[in-house]
Design a protein around this ligand. Sequence first.
Ligand SMILES: [Zn+2]
Length: 329
Amino acid sequence: MRLRSLLAAGALAAGSLLVVAMVATWLSRGGTQSGASGAGSLSLAGAAAGDERPLLAVTIDDVPWTGRRLGREDLLARTERLLDALAERDVPAVGFITCGNLLPDGGALRLWHRAGMALGNHTWSHRDLNGADPAAWLADAARCDERIEALTRERPAWFRYPMLHRGATREVRDSVARALGRMGYRIGHVTIDNSEWVLSAAYDRALREDDAERASEIGAAYVDHLVEAARHFRRVGRERFGRETAQVLLLHANAIASDYAGTAIDALRGEGFRVGTLDDALSDPVFELEDGYVGPRGLSWLYRVAPAVTDDPWDEAAEAEIRARFGER
Ligand SMILES: [Zn+2]
């Protein structure tokens, strides 16, 4: 069933008893319902008193780097550029590390750590849980855990599944989630999933071809796309849960982020977001709801919540449009 018809049918609005209970809890904490009811001001879990702006956490995957391969100096310079853009804007991002890609001395990870950013485990080899042996996959994750601790003297708090693939069967999904919990991890859920990686590839090509005009056109499209994705998932939150939820943005450690993530975050603040920590964002009760999805796809948490929504017309249309404009030529 397509999202639109599902929403029209009221199947989602009806929700589960759990949703009702969560909203009731949230309302009892002093929140007021937003949206069509016009009942009053909007409140969020974790929001400072009186601050009604929706909370946005920024997360950056595939640290140290993804996309065009960089030499050590370029990698560190690009990483500094990305971290500076975040620091200038007081953005407490979380960097999810693919440990097998780190330089022997830690390289970019040391810069992230020194900048005071929280770190997460993104497995050693960016291994896809789909089709993997769960024990081998967990060993790959544990290897990254040890590496991060050895380099920073701290255990990483967060885990993010590569490709957001959480297990294609119920047994794998649940047993792996339990194992990660035993390792002390909190899952870094994503709500604003997007197709930024398509633009990243196009941007790297433009840089390689020294085509500054093309690169700036792609950079502008990156900012626009992230704003559109954020608007879309705010709408999904309002339609599914009757209120603004906190949002978690997924970006990657790539050249386009080092040049445009700052502008994109400025634009998102212009959309009304308040940028906060992942910890604060994930204290929104929407992240306590039941995961309703079992299957091979990587989905926004706002779609995973039971009953899961697996058909996202917006996402498909947005990706198709980006591919038509900036795909491989
Ligand atoms: Zn990744």
